[in-house]
Ligand binder design. Structure first.
Ligand code: MG
Length: 200
């Protein structure tokens, strides 16, 4: 999967929504204490033989229809990060009409969103992700997914939760038409760098 050479960023987007996000103040937020964010994403199954989930390539009988790599877990995580710091959604930062994001690896989106969180004066405390799908199952991939998300968020692995559920054969996921994901994050104000004490 090829990746665009240029770095991601809202300023690179031509869409009106992205411009609105780009002009939003990116300095530290008022000290409101911890903040939460929630994200949700869906992709339909399509031709292919693999699915990207939480930054891990999982062999499957189908692929997903997507402009990027279609990683629903990382897309939901991005929206959770953006929502927590009130900076719009993933579609505003990485429009699916922008050719530079065609086939893009979604870990790049997460890294960009984490940068925005830091610019807002926050750090991620923990993340909790849920995959809704009949297939593929996470068995055999879960540890790698948790490790990858932890790496992307600069967290220990015990700060990343990952669950999966079916929808009991109901709805679009139950009919195996696609898969969905939810993500929640907790942010904490970044620690203030300690001042250097004068000589005692
Ligand atoms: Mg998506």
């Amino acid at each position: 999967m090829s990746e665009p050479a240029s770095s991601p960023g809202p300023a690179a987007s031509p869409s009106r929504g992205a411009q609105a996000v780009a002009t939003a103040p990116l300095g530290p937020l008022a000290p409101l204490g911890p903040r939460v964010g929630f994200g949700f994403d869906v992709h339909a199954f399509g031709p292919g033989d693999q699915v990207w989930l939480a930054g891990v390539c999982v062999p499957h009988t189908q692929g997903v229809v997507a402009h990027s790599d279609g990683d629903v877990l990382l897309h939901a995580l991005c929206d959770a990060l953006l929502g927590a710091v009130a900076l719009g959604d993933i579609g505003q930062h990485f429009p699916d009409t922008d050719p530079q994001w065609r086939g893009a690896a979604s870990h790049r989106f997460v890294t960009h969103c984490l940068g925005l969180v830091k610019a807002r004066g926050y750090v991620v405390g923990n993340a909790d992700l849920t995959l809704l799908a009949e297939a593929p199952r996470l068995k055999g991939h879960r540890d790698a997914m948790i490790a990858r998300v932890a790496e992307l968020l600069e967290l220990p692995t015990d700060a990343v939760g990952l669950k999966a559920t079916t929808t009991e054969q109901m709805g679009f996921t139950g009919r195996r038409e696609g898969l969905a994901a939810q993500a929640a994050v907790m942010l904490w104000p970044a620690p203030v760098a300690p001042t250097v004490s004068p000589e005692l």
